[in-house]
Design a protein around this ligand. Structure first.
Ligand code: MN
Length: 201
């Protein structure tokens, strides 16, 4: 058993013009693939960890043997982050449902508009490489937070719902230094139906 690179739920060009096909291809077939390959290589001495699914592996992060924590944090985190990233984008954009907007209202003063504002502000201001995540706490409350590098909310006991990758490899080919332009584009391809499913799971 080893971890494998998941297929995208759409083609590399499907998110054009918001996210260009070359970026998608390199991001998935090179960057994500490298996280998977290095995760498998790093777990060779602990084959029992190769038979877990990636969510289980990351949720056990604190109990893992010390000699694999770094590889799991970097490459396991990278594998999980990107797997969720692909699943929560879609070429067939639809506005959040009334039900999802109500969930946002219960969790954020200002509701959906505040979710968008907070996401954009945190993602724009994240220093260096990392991710901005909407997460669900064990008490069922929603929060938006920044994580460095390939860390994931699941390493801290929270459920990852929706994340944006703000590593430069996610946007540099098309947007160069204009991260805010990329963030705006990403908002036009979010799969809100999938987000709602993940919150309700
Ligand atoms: Mn990435």
């Amino acid at each position: 058993m080893t971890y494998t690179l998941p297929n995208l739920p759409y083609s590399y060009e499907a998110l054009e013009p918001q996210i260009d096909s070359k970026t998608m291809e390199i991001h998935h077939s090179k960057h994500h693939n490298t996280y998977v390959t290095k995760l498998n290589a790093g777990l060779e001495k602990h084959p029992e960890l190769l038979s877990l699914d990636i969510y289980s592996l990351i949720s056990k992060f604190n109990e893992l043997p010390e000699d694999v924590k770094t590889v799991v944090k970097n490459h396991g985190g990278g594998h999980l982050n990107h797997s969720i990233f692909w699943e929560t984008m879609t070429p067939n954009y639809e506005e959040p449902s009334e039900n999802l907007k109500n969930i946002f209202k219960e969790n954020f003063l200002g509701g959906y508009d505040q979710v968008v504002l907070q996401f954009k502000e945190l993602a724009t201001n994240l220093f260096g490489s990392g991710w901005t995540w909407l997460l669900k706490s064990p008490e069922g409350k929603l929060y938006i937070r920044n994580y460095p590098n390939q860390e994931n909310p699941l390493m801290y006991g929270d459920t990852p719902i929706l994340g944006i990758d703000v590593w430069e490899h996610a946007y540099y080919l098309k947007n160069q230094n204009r991260r805010n332009e990329y963030i705006d584009s990403w908002f036009q391809v979010i799969n809100w139906k999938e987000v709602e499913n993940r919150i309700n799971k």
